[in-house]
Design a protein around this ligand. Structure first.
Ligand code: T1G
Length: 692
């Protein structure tokens, strides 16, 4: 194996190069080697300047996240960076590709920074529930000023090399090899003194208006309510212009250590790895290549079809929306254009929106549209007869090899696949409404789906900005099947005595932006009612309310009532009276339900259903289920998803509570699934299953 850090001498310049694929993460071994190589170079009398470079496409993806929570060895990153900066010979960073997190902080400790145009700079620690913990909040603020620094640090968003040059992060942009450019630059400045040390810079922090800074910071905090790390980031940047460097650095380190040990950060670090693990699909190894896709036909000009088309177009695909009605198509294209205009008004790139819009066409000529497509995504009504008819036609009208996807949210993909006559080409691509916004894509693998067809759907999803999670066939797949388990409890609690407002208040306290009753009114009570009806299921209270004509926001009344033009849910005594009558009819004596019981009955049944899903092999690992609920249903990121949250609570606690609830409510399904009970009895966790 190549040395993780090497040194080459060219004239009076020593090039210290990191080689730690895939992202040059700065783990303890790398830090130790870096320390040794840089010290040797600085002590070498023949060396007048040092270049710090890296092999591969990334300079560095930052500290090694896998090491957090493990006993740390080798020099800590802040100390290593401080010693680089204190060196008496110039150190020039040669930057390219990703310069993220601790990698960025390492570059800030160097005296000069040379980059090529591929370089992207970010401090994404906030997305892991952390703050830059190796001097980044103190040095970046001194280098580019508090307002520019707080934006980068609180959003975690990357900037490109050109912006980095304009901000003063980079001294020189060179379109050649940054290593060569840095060597040449090092030769030029080898004797130049004083050495520019970022920690000693004061002009950008000399006369900061704290009120103006707070106003800018507040703008970025507004999008992160309830999260601890963004506030810590702002506090640390504020320290950079109100306290001496050493104090600011010490306080940054203290806050970093506190955040690193928090459940909130552990949860977000879990999700970072969960996103990558979800792409490791059993049976799909690197030899399985996606089929080429450029032309995609989307069948159905409804809201879902339009949202799907927008996502695909933004991913660079040529999309044709197909519908029987010209009017529906015209209306849909106008709605899509309007959405792109709205995005541009909110700061998105108008040019990108226009480019994407230009990729979307429409037609009523079904045969022509699907005949030329590499992928067809059906997004029509949730009716099995209609879908089977369409897939029967697709099986004969499309080219061999065209992937045929259904956007069904719960129906049997195997049955639809058989109707096509080409089950190997058929799978589900379950987008979540609004499909142009929600990140989750459940890729539903049929019993006969060809591996390369599956790889194709995953690749199209990724290119379209989605988080594709592969699931198996069952009613509701993973997300909706777990939501159905929660809905059964929600419906039971409404009958037993809880009000929609009490249920939603508990869900918001848990961290959900909206409670499930308000969400049901937003989506339309008739939607869930029709899905359940199509499959012979029934929610006793909610479906009775839907049948009474109360469909939610769209009819001004649902589980709540709504003033005209106002989407705010208002508790409605009519609903209480309606449910009282249902309870009487059902012989149920209603009772107040304690908040903690509401909270448990909203979450534990989902965890239990997920255990069944894992037992049946419908999901490959618990972290896939976490990803589904975080990216498709707004489960609080700070909780890491239902399975991570279950481990945090402790499985024995959940098992004991589920048994109690099952006994008291008579709801057999609440008894723990065998897998859940077994894990609890053996002291295991869902986390143990993620490695598999
Ligand atoms: N630590 C450990 N492993 C990492 C890693 C990291 N920082 N970054 C990536 N990996 C793994 C990843 O799990 C995957 O593993 C493989 O590398 C390829 O990743 C002190 C404390 C750099 C833009 O948050 O954003 O520095 O699945 O598929 O698409 O202040 O990885 O192959 O087993 O994503 O080319 C801050 C996180 C850390 C950056 C490359 N840094 N990484 O994207 O590859 S905290 C980050 C990324 C920190 C300091 C603080 C991306 C990337 P596997 P990949 P990619």
């Amino acid at each position: 194996m190549a040395e993780p850090v090497s040194t080459e001498r060219i004239g009076n310049v020593a090039i210290v190069e990191i080689d730690n694929p895939p992202v040059n993460a700065l783990g303890s071994l790398i830090r130790q080697h870096l320390e040794d190589h840089v010290r040797a170079a600085l002590e070498d009398d023949g060396v007048d300047a040092v270049v710090l470079a890296a092999r591969g496409k990334h300079f560095s993806g930052g500290a090694d996240i896998r090491e957090f929570g493990q006993p740390s060895t080798g020099p800590d990153l802040p100390g290593l960076i401080a010693r680089l900066e204190a060196a008496d010979k110039p150190i020039v960073a040669a930057l390219k590709g990703t310069v993220f997190g601790g990698g960025f902080e390492l570059a800030l400790g160097c005296h000069y920074r040379i980059a090529d145009s591929s370089a992207r700079f970010a401090l994404p620690e906030v997305r892991l529930g952390l703050l830059p913990g190796a001097g980044g909040t103190q040095r970046l603020t001194r280098l580019i000023g508090p307002e520019a620094a707080v934006k980068l640090i609180v959003t975690g968003e990357p900037i490109d090399a050109r912006e980095a040059l304009s901000l003063g992060i980079v001294d020189r942009l060179d379109d050649g090899d940054p290593r060569e450019a840095a060597i040449a630059f090092a030769g030029e400045i080898a004797k130049t003194r004083p050495l520019p040390r970022v920690s000693e810079m004061t002009d950008r922090i000399a006369a900061v208006d704290p009120v103006a800074f707070d106003a800018v910071a507040e703008r970025f905090l507004a999008a992160n309510r309830g999260l601890t790390a963004p506030r810590a980031c702002v506090a640390s940047v504020r320290n950079a212009f109100t306290r001496p460097f050493a104090e600011g650095l010490a306080e940054e380190r203290r806050m970093f250590a506190e955040l690193r040990g928090s459940d909130e950060s552990r949860a977000q670090r879990h999700l970072f790895f969960a996103e990558r693990a979800a792409l490791k699909v059993p049976g799909l190894d690197a030899t399985v290549k996606p089929r080429p896709v450029q032309k995609i036909a989307v069948i159905g000009a409804g809201t879902m079809g339009g949202g799907i088309a927008m996502s695909l177009a933004s991913g660079g695909y040529d999309v044709t929306i197909v519908d029987q009605s010209d009017d529906a198509l015209t209306a849909r294209l106008q709605a899509i254009a309007g959405l792109y205009r709205k995005s541009a008004a909110r700061g998105a790139s108008a040019a990108e929106g226009e480019t994407a819009l230009a990729r979307i066409s429409s037609t009523t000529d079904f045969a022509a549209a699907v005949g030329g497509a590499d992928l067809v995504i059906e997004a029509v009504f949730e009716r099995m007869d209609l879908k089977k008819q369409i897939f029967g036609e697709l099986g004969t009208l499309t080219k061999p090899g065209t992937v045929l996807a259904t956007n069904t949210s719960s129906l049997d993909v195997n049955e639809i696949a058989e109707a096509s006559g080409r089950p190997g080409d058929v799978l589900g691509m379950h987008f979540f409404s609004p499909a142009n916004v929600m990140k989750l894509l459940e890729v539903v693998r049929g019993d006969k789906t060809d591996p390369d067809a599956l790889a194709t759907a995953i690749e199209v999803g990724r290119r379209s900005g989605k988080i594709p999670v592969t699931v198996g066939v069952c009613f509701g797949f993973v997300g909706n099947r777990m939501m159905a388990a929660r809905t059964r409890q929600l419906d039971a609690m409404l009958l037993e005595g809880a009000s929609p407002a009490e249920i939603d208040a508990e869900a918001r306290r848990f961290g959900n932006a909206m409670g499930p009753c308000a969400v049901s009114d937003l989506a339309g009570l008739d939607v869930g009612y029709l899905v359940r009806k199509e499959s012979g299921r029934r929610a006793y209270v909610i479906d009775a309310i839907a049948e009474s004509g109360r469909h939610g926001q769209k009819t001004g009344k649902g589980l709540y009532r709504y003033d005209p033009g106002d989407r705010r849910p208002i508790p409605d005594p009519e609903v209480d009276t309606f449910i009282d009558a249902l309870a009487l009819q059902a012989g149920v004596t209603r009772r107040p339900i304690p908040d903690d019981e509401i909270g448990e009955r909203l979450v534990y049944p989902m965890i239990n259903e997920a255990a069944r899903i894992l037992e049946e092999g419908i999901a490959a690992r618990p972290s896939d289920i976490d990803l589904i609920w975080i990216s498709g249903y707004g489960f609080p990121r700070t909780k890491g998803g239902p399975m991570f949250h279950a481990d945090t609570i402790g499985l024995p606690t959940i098992v004991a509570r589920l048994d109690e609830l099952a006994e008291r409510t008579g709801s057999e399904e609440l008894h723990p699934a065998p897998l859940l009970r077994r894990l609890a009895e053996q002291g295991g966790s869902f986390g143990d299953m993620n490695g598999s």
